[in-house]
Design a protein around this ligand. Structure first.
Ligand SMILES: NC(=O)c1ccc[n+]([C@@H]2O[C@H](COP(=O)([O-])OP(=O)(O)OC[C@H]3O[C@@H](n4cnc5c(N)ncnc54)[C@H](O)[C@@H]3O)[C@@H](O)[C@H]2O)c1
Length: 277
């Protein structure tokens, strides 16, 4: 029999309408967590809520951009109002908007900081007071309850990547935020860790074909995908021989949401099939 490891936990996952975030939301739900789902538009977020409900789980969607003013309070507020708590936060929402530095606009640079760094900061700041209050109550009851923050970074943030001055700067900064909150929130029994992905097969990393795919973010058509020769080179460089699946990516995040990681905090783990850049 499968023993659910996160029974009764309340998890918030940004950008969970598609890709890795969706797999994280489903994985946590299968382990018994109630999930606050989010995506830019209502359709993908609502679809994941329906999938979780179809599994017999409980979920609610708080849609809209994580970069919007007021989003963090709505998101954290939904967990408290709908489920009465807050145990796991996964800062996953994001996209790439690449250019070499000479072509990179201020808007492009700022957009990457906003979604990958400022939004996680605001969400964690909004969660600080409820976490402090819960932790105080639990301490008074003599209970040690671990909460989990997982920030999603990238090998681009750790080692750099040509064309990603903005993205890699934001993803590197997220590591700083992770390590600082590990120190601020240890007293509240919060494990704050970072999972940095290598190559995971999602729409962001699909092979660029004759017609390059675009994604729509706040009215901008942004080109996504990776040139096939680059994908072939990466596959050769990855010791495990291929890119990861969104499910494998979600499994790595799950490690830092589970009780088995209760004594691990402030760490960055690369989920990249052994890739060392
Ligand atoms: N795929 C990879 O190889 C890879 C590698 C390293 C890091 N990452 C990171 O993993 C995370 C997930 O990426 P993915 O590959 O699953 O991409 P994806 O495009 O498949 O899924 C990301 C989801 O986030 C949503 N999103 C984007 N901006 C948002 C915003 N402002 N507010 C709310 N939702 C928003 C998108 O609509 C999408 O549904 C991102 O932070 C990405 O930078 C991915």
């Amino acid at each position: 029999m499968h023993m659910a490891r996160l029974q009764g936990k309340i998890a918030l996952v940004t950008g969970s309408g598609r890709g890795i975030g969706r797999s994280i939301a489903l994985k946590l739900a299968r382990e018994g967590a109630k999930v606050v789902v989010n995506d830019l538009d209502a359709e993908p977020g609502d679809a994941v809520v329906a999938e979780i409900e179809g599994l017999g789980g409980d979920a609610v969607a708080v849609n809209g951009s994580v970069a919007e003013a007021g989003f963090a309070d709505r998101f954290v507020g939904a967990a408290l109002e709908r489920f009465g708590g807050l145990d796991i936060i996964v800062n996953n929402a994001g996209y790439t908007w690449d250019s070499t530095i000479q072509k990179m606009t201020d808007e492009q640079f700022q957009a990457m900081l906003d979604v990958h760094l400022v939004a996680p900061f605001r969400i964690l700041r909004a969660a600080a007071e409820p976490i402090r209050v819960f932790a105080k109550q639990e301490a008074e009851q003599g209970r040690e309850v671990f909460r989990k923050i997982v920030n999603i970074s990238s090998i681009a943030g750790l080692y750099g990547n040509a064309g990603q001055a903005s993205y890699s700067s934001a993803k590197a900064s997220l590591v700083g935020l992770t390590r600082t909150l590990c120190k601020e929130w240890g007293r509240y029994k919060v494990n704050v860790n970072c999972v940095a992905f290598g190559l995971i097969n999602t729409r962001l990393t699909q092979p660029i074909e004759a017609q390059q795919k675009t994604i729509d973010v706040a009215g901008h058509e942004i080109k996504v995908g990776v040139q096939p020769p680059m994908l072939e080179m990466m596959a050769r460089m990855i010791p495990l021989g291929r890119g990861g699946t969104p499910e494998e990516a979600a499994d790595a995040v799950y490690l830092f949401c589970s009780p088995e990681s209760n004594y691990i905090s402030g760490q960055v783990v690369v989920a990249g099939g052994g890739l060392i850049v």
